[in-house]
Design a protein around this ligand. Structure first.
Ligand SMILES: Nc1nc2c(ncn2[C@@H]2O[C@H](COP(=O)(O)OP(=O)(O)OP(=O)(O)O)[C@@H](O)[C@H]2O)c(=O)[nH]1
Length: 376
């Protein structure tokens, strides 16, 4: 896993592989986000009351004082006990409390097999995602499974738009960080309104899976065990075989460009051919430049206002498939599970794709930068 921007001044510690790296022995954690009133608590109560065979510890982050957090954190007992973290609404202020509370909770390991962390309606979940991803090193018993965002079908367009002059408000950021988006309150909107909501979500985050619910009633598999940081989502994979010629942007792209101006945040997709081993090393350098230094190589336009929240991708290197996963400036490139490489080989599809979700990201510039840097 790659890390901080001061990478060139600090020698990273090498972490030895151990049993804790074995995902099957660790407890997955889902971050549940969504704007005020979207239906997060309704969804949680559905999860906590539905019989599904999972023992889920839910952490609710509410406003309050931190003394209370400590008291409640050590009181986690029964298999589905609600743990409320009364804290501020900023990610940074829940950082320590969140990790400390979960570390304490892990002493009860065995009483639960899954953790769902509900954020406040105004939280930017990318900071939390980064923290938990990084904390795999410090709380090795936990791994980040994915970020799920609940949106209010009736009000989301207004919520996305209301603050657009400030660009990239909380609601936009929550959708941008999600691996799975739950469009809730389906009962309150028409089919055509729903289509508009889907379009807006797709413009912000083209890679998240989208599900529809009323009163948070859903199949638990839409929320837990997404394995989002260890695999390539269908959405990233699906376009990797075609549709995108490297010099040709399709209609979807121009659509997302126009919405960038509306929402501040959008997804860009850069298709890749099969790479040589050398080009793979060059891609790694490009990622460091973009994610660690906010600099797009080989293009003259300033990328100073660029802010990357999420990166994903699939890369084929002489027949071997690699997965890119990233949150903010952290990223990881690793070989895909064997079955995925086999599928790729069988289908003779060797193209890949890099997807970047963020603020002020321009698809034409990203494409130009990466293709020139790779010499393709
Ligand atoms: N009509 C309708 N109302 C819903 C639905 N889901 C939730 N609600 C109502 O919407 C309101 C807000 O739901 P919550 O679950 O509290 O939302 P939340 O995201 O936890 O809200 P915050 O804690 O403020 O961030 C409640 O009155 C719910 O009963 C739905 O699918 N349809």
């Amino acid at each position: 896993m790659a890390g901080d921007s001061d990478y060139d001044t600090e020698i990273p510690e090498l972490i030895e592989a151990s049993d804790s790296a074995d995902q099957s022995k660790r407890v997955p954690l889902t971050i549940l986000t969504g704007y005020l009133g979207a239906g997060k608590s309704t969804l949680i109560s559905h999860i906590l009351t539905k019989k599904h065979g999972h023992r889920i510890a839910v952490i609710v982050n509410e406003f309050g004082d931190t003394a209370d957090i400590e008291r409640r954190a050590v009181n986690v007992g029964d298999q589905e006990e609600l743990l409320e973290l009364d804290n501020g609404c900023l990610c940074c202020s829940i950082r320590d409390a969140g990790v400390a509370a979960i570390a304490k909770m892990m002493r009860r390991k065995g009483k639960f097999d899954y953790i769902v962390l509900e954020t406040t309606g105004l939280a930017d979940p990318s900071g939390l995602a980064e923290m938990f991803w990084e904390n795999e090193l410090y709380i090795p018993d936990i791994y980040l499974d994915g970020v799920v965002c609940v949106v209010d079908a009736k009000n989301v367009l207004e919520q996305l738009d209301s603050d657009s002059r400030r660009s990239a408000n909380e609601c936009v950021r929550q959708i941008a960080s999600a691996d799975s988006v739950i469009i809730n309150k389906q009962d309150l909107v028409s089919e055509s309104a729903l289509a508009e909501v889907r379009d807006a979500l797709n413009a912000i985050n083209a890679t998240a899976a989208v599900h529809l619910t009323t009163y948070g009633v859903l199949d638990l598999s839409q929320v837990i065990n997404l394995n989002a940081y260890n695999s390539v989502s269908k959405e990233v994979k699906s376009n990797s075989s075609g549709n995108h010629d490297k010099h040709n942007h399709d209609d979807n792209h121009s659509h997302s460009h126009s919405n960038t101006h509306l929402f501040g945040i959008s997804s860009v997709q850069v298709p890749l051919p099969m790479l040589t081993q050398e080009q793979y090393g060059t891609l790694d350098k490009w990622l460091r430049s973009v994610l660690w230094e906010s600099t797009l190589p080989c293009v003259s336009t300033s990328s100073a206002d660029m802010e990357i929240l999420r990166s994903k991708g699939v890369v084929s290197v002489q027949g071997v498939v690699y997965i890119l996963q990233g949150v903010r400036d952290m990223y990881e490139l690793k070989a895909a599970p064997a079955e995925q490489t086999q599928t790729q080989a069988q289908t003779q599809i060797h193209k890949g794709k890099i997807v970047i979700i963020g603020k002020n990201v321009d698809e034409a510039l990203f494409t130009s930068s990466l293709t020139r840097f790779l010499g393709i």
